[in-house]
Design a protein around this ligand. Structure first.
Ligand SMILES: [Zn+2]
Length: 510
């Protein structure tokens, strides 16, 4: 049967249009991200050549250069939205490394016996010394969250454990309590190390120095960590043990205890101010102003982390977090290619490698204070950290389950992608230990979804072996099945959250 010319031409046109846009795009659904693609990026980022990716080193320069150039080669544009600083958002930091210290403790004229390595002290300046009678303040705050003592000029001994008072609302974190003490004029803070903390590794970690954002550089003249046995020796002259004092500190009527001891502390410290960088790329959306999806992961690790005698001096951070960056790179490649072929998403999609996560989520906090797009425009932040743990097909767990209102959506997307989901909240133990927290704490819907946090035994096996050690390296045995799975999951997540029709933050409750 012959129809009219006009109808015929129309259907031919429709066919051509359909081939070049509609069905063609669906057919071009890119191949899933493979383990070997993930491996290739980890191999670069975790190579000895990148020196463990410490902020403020040549390892940083190589790392941020690799991230920006690779994203650029995939077709992303700078996401800093700052022409003066394309790709790299400067993050001003202050680093302090202790290199010498001394202390003494006297009860009257009698010296107390305390191991010379039972305190680890850092000064605010190159050389600092303070002395006086210490006060044990428990957690430092009462149930109202306010300081519980007049600490001006004092040496303060404070529990590092987070306070838990019945009925109390949100209480300040350890870092916030330290800040409160500094702002109230305390001369020194000695934090009690958690009981059973492996002192040798604590020492190693502290010897690597501490970092703060320059915008948040508040501290006492001397700050330090004190081993429980040494804290016990200082508290004992007041007629109680550290255990008793700790128990009392948790009671609502706790009163700080002046210790009848004279403590002298001195510290020599290397202080360095420098700028590190968050690296930010973007795939522009088709509908400017419709919001943004932010994928983030930390590029940094501990750098050259062992002394000269050590056989392997570099903490390569293959799993933590070259693996997460490999996911950010491969996901960016697929989505940018799809966008170039016409499958542009509505919303801008940002890819950010953060700095100094290992030093306290500093790059992420800096971004939260200086976002490149207003925080209320970010419809979701997806953090990706330590993904090369679980095998292929592991259930998807959420760090932040129950916190964002997005659990159901993420579960559905995971299931649609062929995964199972782990719906318990075990993974929330890590909620404050990952960059997403810096954004979540400011009200951004923030989740970390993936297989690594579903099998706690597997995760613990990593955390108690090569984690933060020179042995976190890429080997033939590195498990990348879960990493590739998680990369593919994130493609699906971004496609959903960056689509205005599929996801409207206004109609998703918390
Ligand atoms: Zn780490």
């Amino acid at each position: 049967m012959i129809t009219s010319f006009r109808a015929c031409a129309l259907s031919a046109l429709a066919l051509v249009t359909a081939l070049s846009h509609g069905p063609a795009t669906a057919q071009q659904k890119p191949a899933p991200i493979s383990e070997s693609e993930v491996r290739a990026h980890i191999a670069v980022l975790a190579s000895d050549d990148f020196e463990g990716r410490a902020p403020g080193t040549s390892g940083e320069m190589k790392t941020i250069d690799y991230l920006a150039k690779t994203w650029d080669s995939y077709g992303l544009v700078s996401g800093t939205n700052d022409p003066a600083n394309p790709w790299f958002q400067p993050v001003p930091l202050v680093e302090r490394k202790p290199y010498a210290q001394s202390f003494s403790a006297m009860r009257g004229t009698r010296p107390l016996k305390i191991d010379s390595d039972a305190l680890i002290l850092t000064g605010r300046n190159a050389t600092d010394a303070v002395s006086g009678a210490p006060v044990f303040v428990g957690h430092g705050v009462g149930a109202d969250g306010k300081l519980n003592a007049d600490v001006r000029g004092r040496i303060v001994i404070m529990l590092s454990a987070e306070p838990k008072f019945e009925g109390a609302a949100k209480l300040p974190t350890r870092r916030e309590r330290e800040k409160l003490l500094a702002e109230a004029g305390a001369a020194a803070v000695l934090l009690t190390a958690p009981k059973g903390a492996p002192w040798a590794s604590v020492r190693t970690a502290l010897a690597g120095g501490s970092m703060r954002l320059a915008s948040d550089d508040v501290s006492t003249t001397i700050s330090g960590l004190i081993r429980p046995d040494a804290a016990n020796a200082l508290i004992k002259p007041a007629g109680m043990s550290l255990a008793t004092a700790t128990k009392r500190a948790g009671e609502p009527d706790f009163v700080p205890v002046d210790l009848p001891v004279t403590l002298e502390l001195a510290a020599s410290t290397q202080v360095r101010s420098f700028a590190s960088h968050n690296v930010i790329g973007k795939i522009p959306g088709a509908k400017p102003g419709s919001g943004a999806v932010v994928l983030l992961g930390h590029w940094d690790h501990f750098g050259i982390c062992r002394s000269e005698e050590a056989e392997d001096r570099i903490c390569n951070g293959a799993v933590d977090n070259a693996s997460g960056m490999a996911v950010l790179l491969t996901v960016a490649e697929r989505l940018a290619r799809a966008a170039a072929q016409g499958a542009q998403l509505d919303r801008d999609v940002y890819f950010m490698g953060t700095t100094a996560e290992e030093r306290g989520l500093l790059g992420a906090y800096h971004f939260a204070d200086n976002p490149v797009v207003p925080l209320d425009q970010i419809v979701v932040a997806l953090n990706i950290d330590t993904v090369a743990i679980a095998p292929k097909g592991a259930p998807v767990a959420l760090v932040g389950r129950g916190e964002s209102g997005l659990d159901e959506i993420v579960d559905q997307i995971a299931i649609a992608g062929g995964r199972t989901v782990d719906t318990d909240t075990e993974a929330n133990a890590f909620i404050r230990r990952q960059d997403g927290w810096a954004l979540g704490a400011k009200g951004v819907k923030s989740i970390m979804a993936g297989g690594s946090f579903s099998d706690m035994a597997l995760l613990q096996a990593f955390l108690t072996s090569v984690y933060h050690q020179p042995d976190d390296e890429l080997t033939d045995k590195t498990e990348l099945g879960g990493a590739a799975d998680d990369a593919n999951l994130h493609i699906d997540l971004v496609r959903h959250f960056a689509d205005e029709a599929k996801y409207n933050p206004a109609t998703t409750g918390d």
